[in-house]
Design a protein around this ligand. Structure first.
Ligand SMILES: [Zn+2]
Ligand SMILES: [Zn+2]
Length: 387
């Protein structure tokens, strides 16, 4: 099974520079079974980007996917009107969820695409669509089984467990601890999972003081469940709109003290369970999606180290895209401060930039950092996005 995150945010999209590292789109996760069946969990705003990727991948071929909605809150369905493959009559989509407030699955989804909320009705979507209510708790695919349980959330919510080729992914978002029945449900669902994706919207402090009864959980509860259910990899999910990248990093650091194999989901994170990648994270510099060109130009990087001391280091640009750059540093920059990256005009093979052109440093934000082994030393691989 392969897993890819298209939206990781809870409640409302948060497109802002301080959220670039983790991303601002709401809940949407794509899973490919070992035989390539497409299973989509939730249709938050991340679904729009998945749609574009599917169009690129399938070209003129038709697309078929099984869609499971945890529930009907905006942050879990708002991507549907903007999912382009739904407008092509050649494609087939099977929506699954639970009937809610006297509405069928289809009615609950039709409502968000009706006057005065949206100009186009859902019936204008020409793809073959089927709407199935989740009655039995198990679905069989060609080479995968999906199980569902109710979670503790206002107006209801479903948790999902997907098993394929001996691997298990559990998706349990929008769940508040404290109900005996649901606490039991979520532990049973997560039992022995290779990957548990779990609602960690609030810090324990926020939850205890302001957010009881809002239907969400904390990283601390995520750790307890992951330990109780003997989960291999914990992924914190449904990030609060007010939690910036920097804040999420501190949450991950804190969580690691209790459960080392944890990370906070970011948009674009991919895990291939077939290769046991849950034990080894994918290359975290892959946050930039634009194509990257090797472009070796001397750089001077001005920044502040983790110890608070400013540094200036000469290095070489390794590659660049329209969004950012990658280079190696001996210094260890503080992720919460910006760096100034100054491009130099001369390389060993001559001028690459107009001689005498005024070179302005580019304000850059650290996105990812990881050690790079060189023959005689270790440096920091630094991925930045331009601000
Ligand atoms: Zn939500
Ligand atoms: Zn919700």
């Amino acid at each position: 099974m392969k897993l890819r995150f298209w939206g990781v945010r809870g409640s409302t999209p948060t497109p802002a520079a301080e959220n670039f590292r983790y991303g601002g789109n709401t809940s949407c996760v794509e899973i490919r079974s070992a035989l390539g069946e497409i299973i989509v969990l939730d249709c938050g705003t991340g679904l729009r980007l998945l749609g574009k990727q599917l169009l690129r991948e399938f070209g003129p071929q038709s697309i078929e996917a099984y869609i499971f909605l945890s529930h009907y809150h905006w942050d879990h369905i708002q991507g549907i009107p903007f999912f382009e493959p739904l407008y092509n009559p050649e494609n087939r989509f099977y929506f699954h969820s639970f009937p809610s407030h006297a509405c069928t699955v289809q009615e609950a989804l039709d409502q968000q695409m009706s006057a005065p909320h949206f100009p186009v009705k859902m019936s204008a979507m020409e793809a073959h669509r089927e709407f199935c209510k989740v009655e039995k708790d198990t679905f069989k695919f060609k080479d995968a089984i999906l199980k569902t349980v109710p979670l503790n959330h206002p107006q209801g919510c479903l948790g999902f467990r997907l098993e394929s080729a001996g691997k298990v992914i559990v998706f349990a978002t929008d769940n508040e601890p404290g109900s005996e029945e649901h606490d039991r449900n979520v532990r049973k669902l997560a039992e022995g999972a290779d990957v548990l994706i779990y609602d960690a919207q609030y810090t324990p402090f926020e939850y205890a003081n302001f957010k009881k009864g809002w239907g969400h959980s904390t990283w601390r509860e995520a750790v307890t469940i992951a330990n109780d259910a003997q989960v291999k990899q914990l992924i914190l999910f449904h990030h609060d709109p007010d939690h910036s990248d920097t804040f999420l990093e501190t949450i991950v650091n804190e969580t690691q003290r209790f459960f080392p194999n944890v990370l906070a989901a970011w948009e674009g994170l991919e895990i291939d369970l077939g290769r046991d990648q849950h034990l080894k994270l994918p290359d975290q510099s892959d946050r930039r999606t634009a194509s990257r060109e090797p472009f070796r130009v001397p750089l001077v990087v001005h920044g502040k180290g983790k110890n608070g001391v400013p540094f200036e280091e000469n290095t070489v640009l390794e590659n660049i895209s329209i969004q950012g750059a990658y280079f190696l540093l001996e210094n260890d920059p503080d992720p919460d401060t910006l760096m100034d990256v100054e491009f130099q005009g001369k390389t060993e093979s001559g001028d690459v930039l107009p001689v005498g052109a005024p070179m302005k440093a580019v304000r850059s934000q650290l996105v990812r950092k990881y050690p790079v082994e060189l023959p005689n030393k270790t440096k920091n691989g630094i991925a930045v996005v331009f601000r």
